[in-house]
Design a protein around this ligand. Sequence first.
Ligand code: UDP
Length: 490
Amino acid sequence: MAAAPAQASIDLPPPSLTEVEVAATPLDRLFPLVGEERAARLVSAAGAARTLLGDRTVWNVNATASGGGVAEMLGTLLAYTRGAGVDSRWLVLSGEPAFFTLTKRLHNYLHGSPGDGGPLGEEQRGEYERVLAVNLEALLERVRPGDVVLLHDPQTAGLVPGLREAGARVLWRCHVGRDTPDEHTEAGWAFLRPYVEQAEATIWSRAVYAPDWVDPSTVRVIPPSLDPFSPKNLQLPEADVRATLHRSGLRADGDAGGSATFGRRDGSTGVVRRHAGLFAAGAPPRPGAKVVLQVSRWDRLKDMAGVLRAFADHVDRFRDDAHLLLVGPEVAGVGDDPEGAEVLGECCALWEEQPSAVRERIGLVALPMGDLEENAHLVNALQHDAAVVVQKSLVEGFGLTVTEPMWKGRPVVASRVGGIADQVEDGRSGLLLDDPRDLGAFASLVGELLADDQLAARLGSGARERVRTTYLGDRHLIQYVELLGELLGS
Ligand code: UDP
């Protein structure tokens, strides 16, 4: 995989880190949702952060500006930290396809899956370090000694040593993980260990994700959060949901006179466009159909194919008007996810194999990524509209695709894996599937929920309250400030 060293310098892309601009959001937008006491804690944490940081900049570095939970969360946190008067920035590293094939392999290994089955040897280490050395050079043109650099995920871990050498304060945050280590996680961690060990603190979505060689005094557990005011999560009137889905081509139902527009972070108004070719397979649900929705990247560990198979093989357990929508980003849109096209292709092939009576009740949607705020608004409308939202992941770091519909008061059925098991209190704020590979059990849970409006309403309101108490930005930001205090205060 690695190019010969003599060629490497010729083949290297220019060190083109991309800065993602994020507009500030004032913290006080959160106050009505969190109440006085939480608001006061947040204000005091913001003051502490400004004092601790002084004129330092906080840099976040990851591998993609769009698609996936990390990009989603960075947009939110940056907006609020900037609103709190902290100079925080977001840079996206660059790399060739071979680098992202390798980092996707690492991502899969850390989830306990061999992915493409390729090696993680010295040749791969050479490739990884070569690409990151180019990015480091570009980074050091901006980062000053004393600045705080928060690196995200395996793609960035190799930047830790060089940044520390340059005098930055370096934290590494891992958004992936597996509850029980296996030979693949061990191999992935062996590759990353020399870099991760040098971080001053490591941040995890769950404590069990940290491998046992990580110095426990550096470990912090900080689960993600969502932004209730982003286009992804703003409360939408029902008529606007219908207008949005109708206008975009996602549903055939009439538009009910609502508005197919959305607010952008910069204050302007976006208008939903009609998108041709949204359906990679199947068609919009028939008018009035009850939608079962899974929104995910086209990643095998999200098991879109398993959801399709469960629906198709147990279609008799679902009411006649149930329609399955599997929704992910258009496959050219997520730069650090080279498996996407393959996985979508596999799902389309599985759809083709089904009898026509089943095919017409299943749609595979590839959402355009050209306008990220429109994409977010479409996801928002789909999540509002769904009768049940599912997340049948085989492994899951945290699962914002569960938090998001929960915030919208939708009942969820999700695998009892990773951060999903923390978010959903089984029977209270959703239903957990004990064995994500048990398609019959999955179909039964979803089928029962579709048939029981009272249960759906009770779980939906429990879900919203769960997110309000635990997964909004105030908790997340306060945890970051506490960590900065430990790091910079001494
Ligand atoms: N997402 C999106 N458009 C899509 C598919 C996913 O905006 O077509 C978003 C989704 O709404 C969520 C994030 O990508 O905010 C996925 O985050 P999650 O933590 O569920 O999983 P990850 O992709 O990080 O493994």
